[in-house]
Design a protein around this ligand. Structure first.
Ligand SMILES: [Zn+2]
Length: 350
């Protein structure tokens, strides 16, 4: 196994990345209750968050965009960034392999198991769609076929040590049309000018991500590669490049057109581990870098696992902290991911 994990802290101001609902002319930001330790007791805080679904969608969108450019295979819906993922036979696309697979899946529903091998269905989708290879899928035929997502990610949540500085506030906006204060069209009266509120959040956000690079292009039913080594290499590169593009472009979340947030990454830590899944300590406290280094060192001493740690620092103080702890520091996020990619491909023998 070759496992990559990433943890980041970013100061994000005036964002509307994940809206939960609108009530009349008021659009609410997604919020979540979190439990934090204060002195010797625990308290509940409601804070602005961006869901893991939203972040996962953005990551898969970047996989789809880069795959199109690189001529890597995609199913019809994933190509359009609509990740329905063969959830029902009615939602299969029109590509030849999908039509053929739909017939088999429908037959499976009618005739139970005749000619319907879950392992073959998984292999067929993995071979033909890189988004579903990396992001998983669930075909809900009579015998369901499931591929668990190769990557894991969580909510973007304000850092616990900066919780006092996390805010959500409604911003007033007006659809400006003074010449059409009230207009009547075909007997229907409409108001040209309207006020509306959008809740925006500002906080030091934290986010964690992990991916099992060794299982990209490999069947979860047989544990055998579904595509050749050249294709597996292209897919591992794709998985890492998509992450770099997503973070370097800041293109994730919703309402980017008029609420493009002000983002500055404070610190990012990447760990690559061999033969064991290992996650960067939660970046909810700024001590997460030191803690991760200590944990990786101990895991290596106790169990002999191999690690590579690369970081990116937005401040000189974080840069010195990383260097003092023996973490390689890269100039940009893309450079940090490129270093990890080189090592990962060598560990995978691709
Ligand atoms: Zn697909």
């Amino acid at each position: 196994m070759v496992w990559l994990s990433l943890g980041l802290r970013a100061l994000v101001n005036v964002e509307a990345l994940n809206m939960a609902e609108s009530v009349g002319n008021f659009v609410r930001h997604r919020k979540a209750a979190i439990v934090v330790r204060s002195d010797s007791r625990y308290i509940v805080r409601y804070v602005p968050v961006v869901s893991g679904e939203s972040m996962g969608h953005a990551y898969q969108s970047w996989i789809a965009r880069l795959a199109s450019k690189r001529n890597l295979p995609l199913c019809e819906y994933c190509e359009r960034e609509e990740f329905v993922k063969h959830a029902q036979p009615q939602l299969f696309g029109g590509k030849a392999w999908e039509v053929q697979l739909r017939d088999i899946a429908m037959k499976g529903e009618r005739e139970r198991s005749k000619g319907y091998e879950p392992g073959n269905v998984e292999s067929s989708i993995v071979a033909n769609c890189v988004v579903e290879d990396i992001g998983g899928f669930l075909v809900t035929a009579r015998i369901p076929v499931k591929r668990t997502s190769r990557f894991v990610c969580g909510y973007m949540v304000p850092a616990v040590d900066a919780l006092e500085a996390a805010v959500v506030e409604p911003q007033l906006h007006v659809r400006h049309a003074p010449t059409a204060m009230r207009v009547t069209v075909e007997g229907e009266e409409a108001r040209g000018q309207m006020i509306y509120y959008v809740e925006v959040g500002s906080a030091v956000y934290t986010w964690s991500f992990g991916i099992d690079l060794s299982s990209v292009g490999v069947s979860t039913y047989t544990n055998k590669p579904v595509v050749d080594d050249k294709a597996r290499r292209a897919r591992v590169e794709l998985a890492l490049d998509a992450l770099a593009h997503m973070l370097e472009s800041n293109m994730f979340g919703a309402k980017q057109s008029r609420f493009n947030p002000v983002i500055s990454y404070e610190s990012i830590l990447l760990t690559l581990s061999k033969d064991t899944p290992f996650m960067v300590s939660s970046p909810t406290r700024s001590s997460y870098i030191e803690e991760t280094v200590r944990r990786a060192k101990r895991m290596s001493e106790r169990y002999g696992y191999k690690f590579k740690l690369v970081g990116y620092a937005g401040f000189d103080s974080v840069k010195s902290e990383m260097s003092n702890l023996g973490v390689e520091v890269a100039d940009t996020i893309a450079d940090a991911i490129a270093r990890i990619k080189e090592e990962a491909l060598s560990w995978l023998g691709l």
